[in-house]
Design a protein around this ligand. Structure first.
Ligand SMILES: NC(=O)c1ccc[n+]([C@@H]2O[C@H](COP(=O)([O-])OP(=O)(O)OC[C@H]3O[C@@H](n4cnc5c(N)ncnc54)[C@H](O)[C@@H]3O)[C@@H](O)[C@H]2O)c1
Length: 380
């Protein structure tokens, strides 16, 4: 194996050298993900967090104490009125997400919204209206698709964009790891939860690697699996197949709650001129490029948890500083939302293929496809 001449920098990128010169961040929501991922990543990478507010004030005070956040606001409205807050970091759950995005945009604040951007297709037209207001005000709305900055996935994205494997022919993911706790959590109340919520990072990175194509077919199914406890309401097994107009395709598979401590999430991106193979999570992180007779194994820097969270915030702060759209803009991620909704519609129809209308996987900065519609249930 040989080292490549120049390895694209897959680490989080933050604007400027001095954190004090970066846009100020106000965090909304002080729950598990804010405490275990957002704030540790921001502390490590120099993201200036100036304020926090949460529906549970005790959580906000606890977070402020742990991470030296100077101001705790009593409510979200006060945080949105704080002139030191340039960017609002929404670390809340999906319920009420669009209300918070709309309020932040109305206050002239840039937004990083946790995933999934939406789970209710009825909210898609309203999202479009909010994004139009944001665009008119020069306000950037991005989605916390931190998997895009998982080191192996990020480097694969940069290599695909550089043409390292030619045109993408197929993307394959296997979820070879346990599921997180689901029974008894709000997660378990979301219909087809794996397809519309949990798998959003896998669908999103797949969408990035298939950029430049139009999705013609989404077929998905989910099922209860052997050993799944009765009180776990949602199916624990799921498969998704995505077909594109170029003939390129993608396939994702969660077999269930895999009983392994040594697995991970292996992936393959096969192209017309080479192959990328790698893995993320459970310490399995790796990436290899095979092209012709050369195999290159890359040294990876960092971990999805928590560096990926600095990646998403860093890209938004850089975009705000540079006056451009971020790579993970809500407009870009809305294609991911539509993929998840199409998968849900297919699973609801017993696995029958769904043919989304105008689901073009644009590159960052390209105009988004047509306005999403509430249901893609045009099953074959
Ligand atoms: N890799 C990832 O990106 C990743 C991983 C885990 C969770 N998440 C997502 O993060 C989100 C939050 O998950 P969590 O586990 O931290 O949930 P949580 O319930 O532990 O925390 C949510 C926090 O938001 C606050 N909150 C909710 N609505 C609010 C509102 N309207 N105004 C002010 N505060 C409000 C709650 O009081 C709580 O402090 C979910 O959407 C989840 O899917 C993402």
């Amino acid at each position: 194996m040989t080292a490549p001449a120049a390895v694209p920098d897959h680490r989080p990128q933050l604007p400027g050298r001095d954190p004090a010169d970066r846009p100020g961040v106000g965090v909304v929501g002080a729950g598990a993900i804010a405490r275990t991922a957002h704030l540790p990543a921001y502390a490590a990478w120099g993201v200036p967090v100036v304020a926090v507010a949460s529906r549970t004030p005790a959580h906000a005070h606890d977070l402020a104490g742990r991470f030296a956040i100077p101001t705790v606001h009593d409510d979200v409205a006060s945080l949105l009125a704080d002139p030191r807050v340039d960017v609002v970091d929404l670390a809340t759950g999906p319920a009420g997400r669009l209300d918070l995005i709309e309020a932040a945009v109305a206050a002239g604040k840039h937004v990083l919204a946790q995933k999934p951007l939406l789970v209710d297709p009825a909210e898609l037209p309203r999202l479009e209206r909010v994004l139009a207001v944001a665009a008119g005000r020069g306000v950037r709305v991005a989605v916390n698709q931190n998997g895009r900055w998982a080191p192996a996935w990020r480097l694969a994205t940069l290599l695909v964009r550089d043409g390292a494997i030619g045109d993408v022919v197929g993307v394959t993911h296997l979820h070879d790891k346990p599921l997180p706790p689901l029974a008894g959590t709000p997660f378990d109340d979301v219909p087809h939860m794996l397809l519309t919520d949990y798998l959003v990072h896998w669908l999103d990175i797949t969408r990035c690697w298939l950029e430049g194509t139009r999705v013609t077919t989404v077929a998905a199914s989910d099922a209860r699996v052997p050993g799944q406890p009765d009180d776990a309401r949602n199916p624990w097994g799921a498969t998704v197949h995505v077909g594109c107009d170029t003939g390129a395709s993608a396939s994702l598979r969660v077999v269930g709650d895999a009983r392994t401590r040594t697995g991970g999430c292996p992936f393959w991106v096969h192209g017309t001129q080479g192959t990328l193979r790698g893995s993320v999570l459970l310490g399995s992180d790796a990436l290899e490029l095979e092209r012709g007779t050369t195999r290159t194994r890359y040294a990876l820097d960092g971990q999805w948890f928590t560096d990926g969270f600095a990646g998403t915030m860093g890209e938004l702060l850089s975009a705000v500083t540079d006056g451009r759209e971020p790579e993970h803009s809500a407009a870009h991620v809305s294609a991911t939302v539509r993929l998840g909704l199409a998968a849900r519609d297919s699973a609801e129809a017993g696995g029958a293929p769904v043919h989304p209308d105008g689901l073009v996987l644009t590159r960052p900065g390209e105009p988004a496809g047509r306005t999403p519609v509430p249901s893609e249930a045009a099953t074959a």
